[in-house]
Write a protein that binds this ligand. Structure first.
Ligand SMILES: C[S@@+](CC[C@H](N)C(=O)[O-])C[C@H]1O[C@@H](n2cnc3c(N)ncnc32)[C@H](O)[C@@H]1O
Length: 293
């Protein structure tokens, strides 16, 4: 693994590190730049401006350059047609991956974001980057948006899904996508933050064999559908604005899907070690082949 370059370090992550007005400050910072006309239409320059803000003004919870490269390399090799990201924030991953998707000949990038103010920021920066033709920003909680996109026929199959929203919702949203057959053999998942802050229930699920998934008899300890293995800080990250999370813990997904999963080590843009879990759906087992005893 390449070393972290300290010159690219974001500002320290504070106790309150988002939704305190900094996202609108970012917009002002970019739109006040002398070279705005030079930035317009360049995804690379918009990303550089976001990085500059996060390095010189305030921390932003973006995927960042190092982890981002893992996924842009994946896009270049795998050449997905349709991508979905869960959690858009200010549009960093959306611009980075939307641009990579376009270069790889892909068709559509859906960015699902629940916070209306963040949707405004994403849409504005995606437009500035000249990516509005390929990127569609969808406002609302991810599970409702996934259901709606599926019900209207807008989304029928996901080639590559980037999971980067509420950590306990990674597993419930993946299971929803499995039930709707949006994730099927050929689909790839890239899950951020599986080391920092970590996501034991998700890693356990995508690393389980079909047999192990079918044999799970003991339900996890949960509060409102949130696995108690998550630290309180992670479980309550969006409590102030969104209220208590109520995840659907009854979701079973499709345990017959066969996954192959590996962890790629990297760094947060603040220099803290983190990793992206890359999971490929490589097949589907025959129903009944692993019937529990
Ligand atoms: C870590 S940030 C995403 C960063 C972004 N992917 C990037 O790298 O540029 C997480 C985002 O997920 C959003 N979010 C959290 N829970 C969500 C949910 N259930 N549905 C949609 N968005 C959600 C938050 O509002 C926040 O903007």
């Amino acid at each position: 693994m390449a070393k972290f370059d300290p010159r690219k370090k974001y500002k320290e992550q504070e106790e309150i590190f988002f939704d305190d007005g900094r996202e609108m400050e970012l917009l002002q910072f970019i739109y006040n730049k002398q070279d705005l006309e030079d930035i317009r239409g360049s995804p690379h320059k918009v990303l550089a401006a976001i990085d500059e803000f996060a390095r010189t003004q305030k921390y932003l919870m973006n995927v960042g350059e190092d982890k981002g490269r893992i996924i842009t390399d994946l896009i270049a090799g795998f050449k997905p047609q349709v991508m979905v990201e869960l959690g858009g924030y200010v549009g960093y991953s959306c611009i980075l991956f939307g641009n990579a998707l376009r270069k790889a000949g892909g068709k559509r990038y859906f960015s699902l974001e629940r916070h209306p103010d963040f949707v405004t920021v994403i849409s504005s920066l995606v437009d500035l980057a000249g990516l509005s033709d390929i990127v569609q920003v969808i406002e609302g909680p991810s599970d409702a948006s996934i259901k709606e996109l599926h019900a209207t026929g807008t989304l029928q199959h996901i080639d590559l899904m980037f999971l980067d929203h509420y950590k306990p919702a990674y597993t419930t949203d993946l299971k929803l996508c499995e039930e709707l057959k949006l994730i099927a053999p050929g689909s790839v998942l890239a899950a951020d933050n599986v080391i920092k802050p970590g996501n034991p229930p998700y890693l356990e699920y995508v690393r389980s064999s079909v047999k192990q998934k079918k044999q799970v008899t003991k339900a996890a300890q949960t509060v409102n559908g949130v696995d108690t293995r998550f630290a309180n800080r992670t479980a309550n990250q969006y409590l102030q604005r969104e209220g208590e999370a109520k995840l659907d813990e009854t979701r079973v997904g499709n345990p017959l899907l066969i996954y192959e999963s590996r962890l790629v080590h990297s760094f947060e843009p603040s220099g803290v070690p983190d990793g992206v879990e890359i999971t490929r759906c490589i097949g589907v087992a025959e129903a009944g082949s692993y019937a529990p005893a």
